[in-house]
Design a protein around this ligand. Sequence first.
Ligand SMILES: *Cc1c(COP(=O)(O)O)cnc(C)c1O
Length: 362
Amino acid sequence: MSLIENIIRPDVRALSAYHVGASEGFLKLDAMENPYLLPEALRVELGHRLSEVALNRYPVPSYTALRVALCEKMGVPNGYDVMLGNGSDELISLLTVACARRDLATPATVMAPIPTFVMYSMFAQFSGMNFAGVLLKDDFSLDMPAMLEAIKQHQPAIVFLAYPNNPTGNLFAENDIVEILRTVGDTGIVVVDEAYQPFAQTSFMPRLPEFPNLVVMRTVSKLGLAGVRLGYMSASAELLEQFEKVRPPYNVNVLTQATVEFVLENLSVLDEQAAWLREERGKQAAALSSLAEVEVFPSDANFLLFRVNDAHQVFEKLIERKVLIRNVGKIHSLLNNCLRVNISTPEENHQFLDAFKACVAA
Ligand SMILES: *Cc1c(COP(=O)(O)O)cnc(C)c1O
């Protein structure tokens, strides 16, 4: 046996690494990034602010000022706090670490509707939890009879609901989520992942006091700060107290902390960018819908999911034209021939449309 076979878990050896393709020189519309930078004057001010940060010191692991600012600016209910993560990816990981009980006869279960954000099943596996995926309906709404049956069968410790969902872009019905919260009750937590909240403008955050098993997760990534890596989540004090125990004490670095504190003081700039993107989303959806043989699905996120006759061919032709989107048809048969494209600036959206039209015409 080789060193690798001796030490690495078989299920990890069998994985292929999370692949992010090279994108230099491409019109990059595959990662749901905000295309806008901060205005020049704010960037200069931020530069001064960052030059004052003590890089030689560890962060103060309570991150009090940042937590207070997030609670105040992001509509966290009175009496509720947030826990911080190095992106919400880390928070997803930490939740599975905290809930992967080893005192049970069979592993505890993470449940989610599928297709959805791939990190839920990945981190469930890494933590040794069981993953139960419940297929969405053809219109990407929750299949409630199937969800309720799966809850009964698996008694999931964690249910993840991306709201809006990625890669489908839609919001699940609020009543359905409430029914899931009530059905799960005190046998599990329901994590409403609101990564795309700036584009949906609806939230379960104000409803935290109604549901002791609700966790609301957010990130600043899709809002325009994907590079700084900061996620946060709110839940009851009892839950956060336990989750905090598995958080690496210095998981958020001082530059991220200072940057987000600064940006929160100027949040209207990012809110305005999100409003532009919502407006562009409507225009881009209308433009794509007007093309023959393109089916555009409703979106409350900063991307559009649409179906074409031959997604593989269109995707490859776009690559030849140096346009990078996501071919999500490969993820699940429900998404057969579906492509996902970011909403960007008016210029980039036009560039994409022109390239796309040329690809479907040829
Ligand atoms: C992008 C995304 C995230 C990841 O956010 P980070 O904070 O950048 O780690 C989480 N959930 C969903 C549904 C996403 O699409």
